[in-house]
Ligand binder design. Structure first.
Ligand SMILES: C[S@@+](CC[C@H](N)C(=O)[O-])C[C@H]1O[C@@H](n2cnc3c(N)ncnc32)[C@H](O)[C@@H]1O
Length: 257
């Protein structure tokens, strides 16, 4: 199943906004979970590399490699590569990784897009060195009373569900205990992240273009409805409102003993 939100330049721009929005959450997570400088850290589903640079900076890993299945995102990410930070095109549901085993594996907003997240976690655990950490950050909930945001989220949740994915995958991950022996869960918490309406509207607006021609959307929603939604989200990009939408980010850390 291909990545629903695509890998166009517009999708990359959305991930740039997303990087700014989720930085406080991911930084707090990495500070809470990583207490030793990793030799090799991997960013799984790195997109255009924002999470990879954040991972390298926050953990001070000696080497950091971003892996993504999109050739276009890898090309964008690699524009700022260094000898310490690099990128490889790879489908991360496939192991072994081309990098060898790592001290730290990190993923943000990736498992929500994969077909069998639990089997994938088991495979990832085989790619850790002894003492290594697997860090997962995914959406647990999004709370909002604003009708346009609720409507947008309901459509995205339905579209993901029809391809057996879950928008709010955090709770399912929290309930899951890896079958692999010698693995300890060190952390499972929800980080509460208030997001301005302008940021939420920008991320949502940029995403509508990625999915509005999807057959599921065309079958279940009128083009008028989607156009009105796009227009309203577009007009909210300059909103000055805050306190209208909050994210709960599930943060899980596992260690291979
Ligand atoms: C929502 S984006 C998140 C990007 C980045 N982690 C961030 O938080 O900004 C999901 C990314 O996962 C990538 N992806 C989806 N399925 C993948 C797979 N099987 N292997 C590698 N990358 C994948 C997509 O190409 C996309 O870049």
């Amino acid at each position: 199943m291909s990545y629903l939100f695509r890998d166009t330049d517009r999708a990359a721009r959305r991930l740039q906004v997303l990087a700014e929005v989720y930085k406080p959450s991911s930084e707090a997570f990495l500070h809470a979970a990583v207490h030793a400088r990793p030799q090799l850290a991997l960013d799984l589903g790195c997109g255009p590399g924002y999470t990879t640079y954040l991972l390298a900076e926050t953990t001070e890993s000696a080497y950091t490699i971003g892996l993504d299945s999109s050739a276009h995102f890898i090309e964008l990410a690699a524009q700022n590569a260094t000898t310490q930070i690099s990128f490889l095109q790879h489908n991360v549901t496939q192991t072994p990784f081309p990098t060898g085993t790592a001290d730290l594996l990190f993923c943000r907003m990736l498992l929500t897009h994969l077909q069998d997240p639990q089997a994938t976690i088991e495979r990832w655990l085989t790619q850790l060195k002894p003492g290594g950490l697997l860090l997962i950050e995914e959406v647990d909930w999004i709370h909002t009373d604003k009708p346009i945001f609720r409507d947008y989220l309901a459509i995205v949740a339905a579209m993901l569900k029809q391809q057996h994915n879950q928008l709010y995958i955090g709770e399912q991950l929290d309930a899951y205990q890896p079958a692999a022996s010698g693995v300890q869960r060190l952390l499972s918490r929800v980080y509460q992240l208030p997001v301005t309406s302008a940021h939420a509207a920008t991320m949502f607006y940029l995403n509508v273009a990625a999915w509005k021609s999807h057959p599921f959307i065309q079958q279940h929603y009128s083009s008028d409805q989607i156009e009105r939604m796009e227009d309203e989200l577009g007009s909210l990009i300059s909103s000055t409102a805050s306190n209208e939408i909050n994210w709960g980010m599930r943060q899980l850390a596992y260690q291979k003993t």
